[in-house]
Every structure is written in structure tokens, then in C-alpha cells.
Design a protein around this ligand. Structure first.
Ligand code: NAD
Ligand code: DAU
Length: 356
């Protein structure tokens, strides 16, 4: 078990990072400090951490607005907070955006990860008990056919600028371990879902469009398959790896929960109909098959036996429970949705937050 004291969480105001920090304070016995280092791009929303800030802000929780590509700011933060652990979530994360504008993906995901690694190497030197954990994706492995799984040993075969930039960052992380002896761990996870996800990814897009009775865009034939995992189960896996994972190793994280996109959209239509008191099939009329995503990976499926067998991780929620919780969260948090979509939260942040 590692001793983790001052953890820099990059991208902690994003979907998974914010869920991670919230969960850490309420679901674990972690007693150290969290320094959330986040640029606050369109995807970063400090309001997602309001409760943690109110209870622990300035004592055990700190938000530093900074870009992981800004070496001076990264170095200053490592030093100011005596960081011993980095959990690196920050990234440009949306595949469709990487098709429209790949450059920022290379900048943040490749150069940003390099900057963090190199700053950590110089700051830590030979110090013991430090760790750089890199959060990555199953998309680095490419696309599966009808059978088979991604293993930790599957060769990388990224197909989008997003996955290529994540693959590149994974390679850099491993190179710092082999070349400089930087203590690292790495995780490659499947599709996450849950509260606080920016309404550009499939599940919140469908929930929001159902609520507004807008078309439900399904790319191509709708038969692409994703392996879905509730975000808190991703977080508990990352926490296990950071605490007890073997230095230098990669761990796959997955839900063992494969669905065709169209099956998932049907499920959401039925769940929303139940919650809105409509006929079971009422919202299905909104389903619209649209032009396919270029280079659309057909199927992802993770084998996470290594994580289960070596670290004893298991997921806590089944898909029906997880979807139900997620839909309820979006129904109950209309203000959050409106703010992230309107840009209002930036103003809210200027009023409510200052760097501590
Ligand atoms: P997100 O887009 O919701 O959040 C990204 C966060 O990073 C935001 O808070 C943003 O402000 C911040 N950020 C972006 N550029 C930055 C920069 N240059 N400097 C500092 N901060 C910056 O992403 P997410 O869905 O929470 O994903 C988090 C991580 O998990 C990513 O590394 C992603 O590749 C990985 N991942 C995501 C999923 C998924 O299903 N969402 C699955 C597997 C792995
Ligand atoms: O597998 C892990 C990856 O999962 C992460 O690394 C990425 O950061 C995360 O965004 C996610 O990538 P996907 O491209 O799989 O997620 P997205 O929600 O964008 O799309 C899920 C599937 O749904 C995919 O097959 C494309 C399809 N889709 C998506 C949207 C937004 C639609 O059919 N319609 C849509 O409107």
C-alpha cells in the first residue's frame, strides 16, 4: 500500500476527475490533500466540486487553474504543494471534436503529458514513494470485430486523432519509466457514464434530447458496440491501482457490459418514458440515423482479469442501476446542465472561486 499525501489530480473539474475527487472525499478514508490542476476548458466545471470545496476548500482541497502544457505553472504547483502523487486525467476527450480540430488534442494530450512527466522527473529526482498515474483509454487498441477482447498486451492501433494522441501519451509515460525510472502506473478504461458528463457524449446527449423532444442522433447503422462502466467503478479501480498497483504496469478497466448503440438508445428511451409517464415506445420515434463518424471504431470490449485477479477490484453497480442513477441525476440537476451548456458556469466560477 503506497502512502499518498499530496495528490495532484489533473483535469479534476472534468467528468471523471470531478467524480473521482467527490468520491475520494466521501467514499474513502484518504486523509491527505487534493490539488486539482485544471485549465477549465469548456469541459471543466468547478461547480461539479461545490460540495467538496465547501467542506474541504483551502485545507484539503485546492483548485489551481493551469494548463498542463505550461511548464512553469506545473513546476510551481508541484513545489508549492509538495506533490508526491500525480493522477493524470486532463485531456481533450471527445472523439468528434478531434475529427473537427485535432491540433489541440496533440497539444494537450501529447505535449501536456510530456510536460507533466518531465516536470515530475526533475522535481522528484530520486525521491522514493512518489507515483505518476496516467489515465488512458481502451481506444488506443483500435477496433474489434465480432469476437475477442482487448488485453493489456494487445498491440496499439489507434484510429482517431484522439486515440492516437492518447496512445502517444501512453508510450511517453512508459518511456519515462524505462529510461528514467520514473515510478508510473497506467490504466486503459472503457466508456464511462454517470453524473457530471458533459452533454456531448452519447448518454447525456440522448437524455437531453429526449427531455427536449429533439431527434436522437444515432451514427451509421447504430450497431457499433461499446463496453459501459459506471464512473464510480472507474474511480475505485484507479484508486486500487494508485494504492496497490505494480509500478511500471498497465491495467485494463472495463464494465464487461457490451451494448450496441441502438440497444442503449432504446433502453434510455424506455427508461425516460417510464419516468415521464409515457408509453414505453413513445420516445423511440425521435431516433434518427445520421451520417456515420469517420473512422468509427466498430467494437470495444475489455478484458480486465488482471485488475480483478491481482488487485481484487470489482464493479459495484449493474447497468440498469447505473443508468437509472444517471438519468435521475440529469433530471434533478437541470441548473448544472443549463450552465455547462450556456457558459454561465464561467461567470459563476469568477464570482465563487479564486485560486487558493
Ligand atoms: P472531460 O473532457 O470531461 O474532462 C477533461 C478535463 O481536463 C476538463 O476539466 C478540462 O478542463 C481539463 N483539461 C483539458 N485540457 C487541459 C489542459 N491543457 N490543462 C489542464 N487541464 C485540461 O474528460 P473525461 O471524460 O473526464 O476524461 C478524463 C480522462 O479519462 C481523459 O484522459 C480521457 O482520455 C480518459 N478516459 C475517458 C473515458 C470516458 O468514457 N469519458 C474513458 C476512458 C478514459
Ligand atoms: O472507450 C473509451 C472512450 O469512450 C473514451 O476514451 C472517450 O474519451 C469517450 O468520449 C468515449 O468515446 P466514444 O467515442 O466511444 O464515446 P461517445 O459517447 O462519443 O460515443 C459512444 C458511441 O455512440 C460511439 O459509437 C459513437 C456513438 N454516438 C455518439 C454520439 C455523441 C452516436 O451514435 N450518436 C451521438 O450523438
Amino acid at each position: 500500500m503506497r502512502k499518498l499525501t499530496n495528490i495532484m489530480v489533473t483535469g479534476g473539474a472534468g467528468f471523471i476527475g470531478a467524480n473521482f475527487i467527490n468520491w475520494l472525499f466521501k467514499g474513502t478514508d484518504f486523509s491527505g490533500r487534493i490539488i486539482n490542476f485544471d485549465k477549465l476548458t469548456y469541459a471543466g466545471n468547478p461547480e461539479s466540486l461545490k460540495a467538496v470545496d465547501e467542506t474541504h476548500g483551502g485545507e484539503r482541497y485546492f483548485l489551481v487553474q493551469g494548463d498542463i502544457c505550461d511548464r512553469a505553472k506545473v513546476e510551481e504547483t508541484l513545489k508549492a504543494y509538495d506533490i508526491d502523487t500525480i493522477i493524470h486525467f486532463a485531456a481533450e476527450s471527445h472523439v468528434d471534436r478531434s475529427i473537427e480540430g485535432p491540433e489541440v488534442f496533440v497539444q494537450t494530450n501529447v505535449m501536456g503529458t510530456f510536460t507533466l512527466l518531465d516536470a515530475a522527473r526533475h522535481y522528484w529526482g530520486d525521491r522514493e514513494g512518489v507515483l505518476f498515474h496516467h489515465v488512458s483509454t481502451d481506444e488506443v487498441y483500435g477496433s474489434l470485430g465480432e469476437t475477442g477482447f482487448f488485453y493489456e498486451t494487445t498491440p496499439y492501433d489507434p484510429r482517431s486523432a484522439y486515440s492516437a494522441s492518447k496512445a502517444s501519451s501512453d508510450h511517453l509515460v512508459r518511456s519515462y519509466y524505462h529510461t528514467y525510472g520514473l515510478p508510473i502506473t497506467l490504466s486503459n478504461c472503457s466508456n464511462n457514464y454517470g453524473p457530471l458528463q458533459f452533454p456531448e457524449k452519447l448518454i447525456p446527449v440522448i437524455i437531453e434530447n429526449i427531455l427536449n423532444e429533439r431527434n436522437l442522433p444515432v451514427y451509421g447503422d447504430g450497431k457499433n458496440i461499446r463496453d459501459w462502466l459506471f464512473v464510480e467503478d472507474h474511480n475505485s479501480a484507479v484508486w486500487e491501482i494508485v494504492n496497490r498497483g505494480k509500478t511500471g504496469e498497465s491495467y485494463n478497466i472495463g464494465g464487461e457490459n457490451e451494448w450496441e448503440n441502438i440497444q442503449l438508445v432504446h433502453k434510455l428511451c424506455e427508461l425516460m418514458a417510464e419516468k415521464q409517464g409515457k408509453d414505453k415506445d413513445y420516445f423511440k420515434k425521435l431516433i434518427t440515423f445520421v451520417k456515420d463518424r469517420p473512422g468509427h471504431d466498430r467494437r470495444y470490449a475489455i478484458n480486465c482479469d488482471k485488475l480483478k485477479n491481482e488487485l481484487g477490484w470489482k464493479q459495484s453497480l449493474d447497468f440498469a442501476e447505473g443508468l437509472n442513477k444517471t438519468v435521475d441525476w440529469y433530471l434533478e440537476n437541470r441548473e448544472w446542465v443549463e450552465r455547462v451548456q450556456s457558459g454561465e458556469y464561467r461567470k459563476w466560477m469568477e464570482i465563487n472561486y479564486s485560486e487558493r
